[in-house]
Design a protein around this ligand. Sequence first.
Ligand code: HEC
Length: 107
Amino acid sequence: MSLAFPTRWGLCALALALPMAPSLAQDLQLARNLAATCANCHGTNGNARGDMKPLAGMPADKLLALWADYKSGAQPATIMHQISKGYTDEQVRLIAAYFASQSPAKP
Ligand code: HEC
């Protein structure tokens, strides 16, 4: 009994941890794929070229606030008011977290 207890506890912890690991990896993959749909305009990993606004390193709450203003129409835009309507809140949260984790390119 004194040996069985820690073993059983260890199996329990493993059973809890296993289903979480793939889902975290999938979220990361999903976030990267979603963020890639912004790359045409905002550059690879959010590092924009020329006059386009960079997203790399932007704090997630700033991106979410800008996004909400585009979506509601509070912030007039040429294109983002349309694009912002094409993603769910959960997708935008993943995208925002992804760009926040990217390093802005050195000039
Ligand atoms: C077709 C080009 C295009 C695509 C694709 C695009 N954007 Fe934009 N984005 C723009 C333009 C242009 C602006 C400037 C506002 C405007 O005129 O719409 C902008 C502005 C922004 C801003 C505000 C930046 C700032 O510093 O003020 C954010 C945030 C943003 N986009 C996020 C995204 C995200 C996230 C995606 C992908 C889901 C995305 N955009 C996809 C063209 C694009």
